[in-house]
Design a binder for this molecule. Structure first.
Ligand code: ASP
Length: 453
């Protein structure tokens, strides 16, 4: 049995829904279908979820959401019309939205989630109706009825572990199940959504709960690429990579799958297969527990801008018990998360995304690290890019760092920082943002250009 998830662009029009239908019925193992809300039909188009967020915002500001609401309805109506579905479906969607928009607004975040979640909820009903119209037994299943329970954190819900056992009983249902992605219910029976793009998470939770043999995630690209296609033209496709490699690569250009979506599948040892709705015969990319290493040490190169490093030095830091804990506790008290912490005997750098700082926070942090930890030097360096060179094959391969740093030197890129992940699956290079593109190109050239595809 397979769990199949389709993203917003795979369901953006009637034509796309027809493709989804063909893909599902072409394999009898595809029993559970998780759907997103209709996404963009073209780069200028708007996602239904974004329109819904706007509707909810207007309501919360006591403004009239009618225009946005009409646009949402028009999106569903266009799909229904293309698919020759009855108007009743659209009336039901309109009624559902009107009910949601008049719901209790005393907690604005909860209200927002209730409205946002309607995008996938109504789309699942529409898709189920289309499957039935095609003569296939298909049922819309609501997450509450199925037992998908989540924490009551608006816009950032986490699955409650007891959900997994409950979801297992979905296996007994007949026909194809059409399940809305992106949200679950709290113990109190209220709607809470995952973070944005969270339908990927729903699919992974269902794959785990139902003990599926495979979680297929259909999107609009042929594969996960070995490097961001915006930096290198037609880069090499990755056929297979491990969960760990996928995690290390989770920066710009590798966001095909939601970060949190790997965990449930990984815990149950279920492979994830990324495939293209618009080209279902392409082999796609499989994310697995282990893979054969046949393609050289590096599987992918990811990078991202917008980082800064807090450099802290103090003589005899290595002997001071609790220094690191106290340093990180200062960051914790501001709610900051960090990515890497390269360190030396008497110094440590903490690398974090600089968009987390609010005005004045930076100066305050520097001051506290200086005074509370009696540090010799505290310097924040801005506008850094991180480059991750990733591959399980690096573990047993001598000279990968040498090859990478030589390539960077040849491209005249100064390495500000370097860190080898303890797992030896990744290497991190910190460079100035202006050098990012050149650095990635040089590394790609070094590790991939010579490798036969
Ligand atoms: N529709 C939601 C979003 O745009 C969730 C998803 O598509 O996965 O974030």
């Amino acid at each position: 049995m397979k769990v199949v998830k389709f993203g917003g662009s795979s369901l953006a029009s009637g034509k796309q829904v027809e493709k989804v239908f063909q893909i599902v019925v072409s394999d009898p193992k595809r029993k559970i279908v998780v759907v997103s809300a209709p996404g963009k039909r073209s780069p200028e188009d708007e996602k239904v979820t974004d329109l819904l967020i706007e509707c909810a915002r207007l309501c919360l500001q006591n403004k009239n959401p009618q225009e946005k609401l009409n646009t949402v309805i028009e999106r569903y109506a266009a799909i229904a019309q293309e698919l020759n579905l009855s108007e009743e479906i659209i009336n039901d969607i309109l009624q559902d939205l009107q009910t949601r928009l008049t719901a209790d607004k005393r907690n604005p975040d909860k209200f927002m989630d209730l409205v946002k979640a309607s995008g996938e909820d109504n789309n699942a009903k529409l898709v189920a109706a289309f499957f039935r119209q095609q003569g296939v037994e298909a049922h819309y299943v609501n997450p509450k009825e199925a037992g998908l329970f989540v924490s009551d954190e608006p816009g950032n819900a986490q699955v409650l572990p007891e959900s997994y056992d409950k979801l297992f009983s979905l296996r007994e249902r007949s026909g194809i199940i059409i399940f809305p992605g992106f949200f679950g219910y709290s113990k109190e029976g209220e709607v809470f959504t995952f973070s944005r793009s969270g339908s990927d998470i729903t699919g992974s939770i269902l794959a785990n709960g139902l003990k599926a043999e495979l979680y297929e995630n259909f999107t609009d690209v042929d594969a996960v690429y070995s490097v961001n296609p915006f930096i290198i033209n037609s880069p090499k496709e990755i056929k297979e990579l491990t969960y760990r490699e996928m995690r290390e690569l989770s920066y710009a250009g590798f966001t095909v799958l939601h970060d949190e979506a790997l965990v449930p599948a990984f815990r149950a040892g279920i492979p994830v297969h990324i495939k293209n709705t618009n080209n279902p015969n392409a082999p796609g990319t499989k994310i697995v527990y282990e893979r054969d290493n046949t393609n050289g040490p590096v599987i992918g190169i990811a990078s991202d801008k917008g980082f800064c490093s807090i450099y802290v030095s103090k003589y005899l830091m290595n002997r001071e018990i609790g220094f690191g804990r106290r340093l990180l506790a200062i960051l914790e008290s501001y709610g900051l998360s960090y990515e890497h912490t390269p360190s030396g005997i008497d110094d440590i750098s903490i690398i974090l995304r600089e968009n987390q700082f609010t005005p004045g926070m930076e100066e305050e942090i520097v001051d506290r690290i200086k005074t509370e930890l009696d540090s010799d030097e505290v310097v924040i360096e801005h506008s850094l890019a991180l480059i991750m060179v990733v591959g399980e094959g690096m573990r047993h391969n001598i000279g990968t760092t040498a090859r990478a740093s030589k390539a960077l030197a040849k491209a005249n890129v100064n390495i500000e920082m370097i860190n080898q992940g303890s797992s030896e699956v990744s290497m991190m290079f910190g460079v100035k943002e202006i050098d990012e593109k050149r650095a990635v190109q040089a590394l790609y050239e070094e590790f991939f250009a010579a490798v036969a595809v």
